[in-house]
Design a protein around this ligand. Structure first.
Ligand code: PLP
Length: 412
């Protein structure tokens, strides 16, 4: 049973006031807040078994290793990865994608090959592929986005062809909110012998994601967006794809044997975790997963759908704001981006902050898509398990007050 009050009471930060008002945190797509259970799990590392992992025979080191590997097992189960070894701990989604770009991609992509992304990618899933194209002589192509914020799949037969080596696509857009048909794209990619990478930064924290069902080759997400601390992220790779991949970073722990002039590589996942890993935040990520599992990811998704539906309807009363992305809440994740011809988003963001409401304003690291629709920036309210319809009411009310304030010059 989904109990908002109970959930909210687990998040200490939600009790704080901002500018004299109760905090309304609607910037979850940027980063999420952390429940007491995650904060405690992080403290417990430093209070009880802090020690380097995989290196010691002493008790603390063995305990730290056990907790770290336990976190890996939890992540694997959470995304239904077939084995924990296919889960590589990295810093964040950006590092996960760069890892694939600088290992698998440069080893498998060559001149004349094609890399396919979409027009709605976060810079993290675009700029690395620009570099791979430059390094390998491959061509970078993009699936267009329709006026309604969906992927235009009408030209997919041409876009995914025998030259395509990789399809790199965002699962849920952090700008338009669109949920993309990644399973279908995976089938199409595999049908021409290409691989698929899914940027799951905005999906894994908010809905059930099953890597076997999606049949993806790579999947990336960030811990800080799923209630864990920043500095821990995940790259899932199919074993058959990374088994023989060259390492990304070189140094301790990723080696099997080292001589003065050469070295051999450890097995996965260690081969891709050079140096001391961020075991403390990995343990906290495990606690975040426990927390979400206790609620159930289906419940998380349906709560966010409810809030998003409510928000989409409520925004209709704001004639000066135009909502971006698909109109149907079932086709979107839990976020709503909007723009206004009357008021700059930064002014709106500042006005809302004065009332304790945190939203994101700017290009949200999706500059090309903003450019395509002729906007320098937009506003974005994004939701998580602790948000309520009352908070949406407050947002709408305050956005109404902002119009009065900015267009009539009176304070409210
Ligand atoms: N991809 C998407 C869709 C995102 O929303 C984000 C962050 O906002 C990223 C990638 C990058 O995540 P990180 O900054 O944690 O690497």
């Amino acid at each position: 049973m989904f109990n908002s009050e109970q959930i909210r009471s687990d998040f200490p930060i939600l009790t704080r006031k901002v500018n004299g008002h109760q905090l309304v945190y609607l910037d979850n797509a940027a980063t999420s807040q952390k429940p007491r259970q995650v904060i405690d799990a992080l403290s417990s590392v430093y209070e009880q078994f802090n020690s380097n992992v995989h290196r010691g025979v002493h008790t603390l080191s063995m305990e730290a290793t056990e907790h770290y590997e336990d976190a890996r097992r939890k992540v694997a189960e959470f995304i239904n990865a077939p084995e924990p070894e296919t889960v590589i701990f990295v810093r964040n989604t950006t590092e996960a994608i760069n890892l694939v770009a600088h290992t698998w991609a440069i080893q498998n992509i060559g001149p004349g090959d094609e890399i396919l992304t979409t027009e709605m990618e976060h810079h993290s899933n675009l700029v690395p592929w620009q570099k791979v194209a430059e390094m390998t002589g491959a061509k970078l192509r993009h699936i267009p986005v329709t006026d309604t914020g969906l992927l235009d799949t009408s030209q997919l037969d041409q876009l995914i062809n025998e030259k395509t080596r990789l399809v790199a696509v965002v699962h849920v857009s952090n700008f338009l909110g669109t949920i993309n048909p990644v399973k279908d794209l995976a089938d199409r990619a595999h049908a021409v012998g290409a691989r698929i990478l899914i940027d799951s930064a905005q999906s894994v924290p908010h809905m059930p994601v099953d890597v076997i069902d999606l049949d993806c080759d790579f999947l990336a997400f960030s811990g800080h967006k799923i209630m864990a601390p920043p500095g821990i992220g995940v790259l899932y790779c199919k074993r058959s794809v990374i088994q023989d991949m060259e390492p990304f970073l070189r140094g301790g722990e990723m080696v099997r044997e080292v001589w003065f002039d050469h070295a051999t590589w450890n097995d996965i996942p260690n081969r891709f975790e050079a140096g001391t890993p961020n075991f403390a935040d990995a343990v906290a990520l495990g606690a975040a997963i426990d927390y979400l599992n206790a609620i159930g990811m289906e419940q998380v998704r349906s709560h966010e759908m409810e809030i998003t539906k409510y928000g989409l309807e409520a925004f209709q009363s704001l004639e000066y704001l135009k909502i971006l992305g698909p109109a149907d809440h079932t086709l979107r994740g839990g976020l709503i981006a909007f723009h206004s011809t009357e008021i700059h988003p930064h002014d709106l963001g500042t006005f809302l902050d004065q009332k304790g409401i945190a939203i994101r304003t700017g290009h949200h690291c999706v500059m090309p898509m903003h450019r395509k629709i002729g906007l320098p920036a937009s506003g974005r309210a994004s939701f998580y398990i602790y948000n309520t319809t009352e908070e949406i009411d407050l947002l709408i009310e305050t956005l109404k007050a902002a119009l009065t304030y900015f267009t009539k010059g009176s304070s409210s």
